[in-house]
Write a protein that binds this ligand. Structure first.
Ligand code: TXD
Length: 325
């Protein structure tokens, strides 16, 4: 397929693993958009795409799924999602993944944006905030067109735990989780409600702290149970709603890893903050009033991200990657 041919809106997913293939299924079975699924493993994306295409006559949607190992097939995509990389195994921290995944993400982002220069880039690969930073540096895209998915997932987990604890409908629970995607994430109970009622009115401080901690360990809890992989259903659903907000220009307020240029007193870093997502990507970074303790937690989170960025940058500088500082 050449870049000059007229094609319907397309989302490219780099990495046809658990998250990537589940996202491809969501995007097409909800009839949102056509998908190109790319992986380095020959035959895998093609096989998955054919399998998903064969489900069309049962699911009754009208979307195309192409599986490929060739970036030329991704040309002209509106959104590129990067899920390529290795997931965590038991006992492995997200930062352990840094070396391997930095190289993969930088190469994938560069190649994908070379073929889709107008695309909005959503990074999913861990360690999330670091990989999003590297992807922006590698592609030189404007900051509103690069973001990382984590806050939606972390908020979804917090919402789930609150609903389970209170025995209420999860649809009524809204939460906000800021900061890096890791042990230093910053769930905000003050900005979390059950249909407008702050959770601080509904649970005591110890219970909230227990749920906050479970949220922080949400990914690890699943890794520990599965032993051979990490979460992918909720991560794929969370990425789906970001893509949907962008393609349908929904102006949704969602937490995303965004490039900060002074907001929250932070500069030249990607970290989870509330954003308005629409057609241009990050239409706006929303600055919440934080208490001193909340702001300190966000800064501690940013400090850890910064250290990992420095580590990744050093490591990439020693290789022949397309990474630019
Ligand atoms: O909240 C979040 N951001 C996350 C992040 C939630 C869940 C998963 N999170 C991370 O996403 C996870 O730690 C991994 O770093 C990625 C992908 O997780 P997934 O579970 O999908 O991993 P898989 O199943 O191992 O899939 C990775 C695929 C696999 O098919 C590889 O062959 C492919 O990535 N891969 C590549 N594709 C293209 N190009 C290159 N270079 C490449 N290298 C590996």
């Amino acid at each position: 397929m050449s870049s000059s041919s007229i094609r319907p809106q397309t989302v490219t997913i780099i990495g046809a693993g658990k998250v990537g293939s589940t996202l491809a299924q969501r995007l097409t079975e909800k009839n949102l958009v056509d998908v190109v699924l790319l992986d380095v493993l020959p035959g895998v994306p093609q096989g998955l795409a054919l399998d998903l295409m064969e489900a069309k006559s049962v699911e009754l949607h009208n979307r195309q799924i192409i599986g490929t190992t060739d970036y030329a097939d991704t040309a002209g995509s509106e959104v590129v999602v990067i899920t390529a990389g290795l997931p965590r195994t038991p006992g492995m921290s997200r930062d352990d993944l840094i070396k391997t995944n930095a190289k993969i993400v930088v190469e994938a982002a560069s190649a994908a944006i070379a073929h889709s220069p107008e695309a909005i880039l959503i990074v999913v690969t861990n360690p999330l905030d670091v990989m999003t930073y590297l992807a922006k540096q590698a592609t030189n895209l404007p900051s509103d067109r690069v973001m990382g998915m984590a806050g939606v997932l972390d908020s979804a987990r917090f919402q789930t735990f609150i609903a389970m604890e209170l025995g209420v409908c999860v649809a009524d629970v809204k939460t906000m989780v800021l900061g890096s995607h890791g042990d230093l994430m910053v769930p905000l109970p003050r900005y979390s409600t059950v249909n407008g009622v702050p959770i601080t009115e509904l649970m005591d401080a110890a219970t909230i702290e227990r749920l906050v901690e479970r949220t922080r360990q949400g990914g690890a809890e699943i890794v520990k149970l599965m032993q051979t992989g990490s979460a992918y259903y909720a991560p794929a659903s969370s990425t789906y709603i970001m893509v949907e907000a962008i393609l349908l220009n929904q102006s949704r307020l969602l937490p995303a890893a965004a490039y900060l240029q002074g907001e929250y007193g932070l500069e030249d870093i990607f970290i989870g903050v509330p954003c308005i997502l629409g057609h241009h990507g990050i239409e706006k970074v929303v600055e919440l009033n934080l208490t001193d303790a909340e702001l300190a937690a966000l800064h501690a989170s940013a400090q850890a991200v910064r250290q990992s960025i420095d580590l990744a940058t050093e490591m990439l500088a020693a290789t022949e990657s397309p990474y630019r500082t």
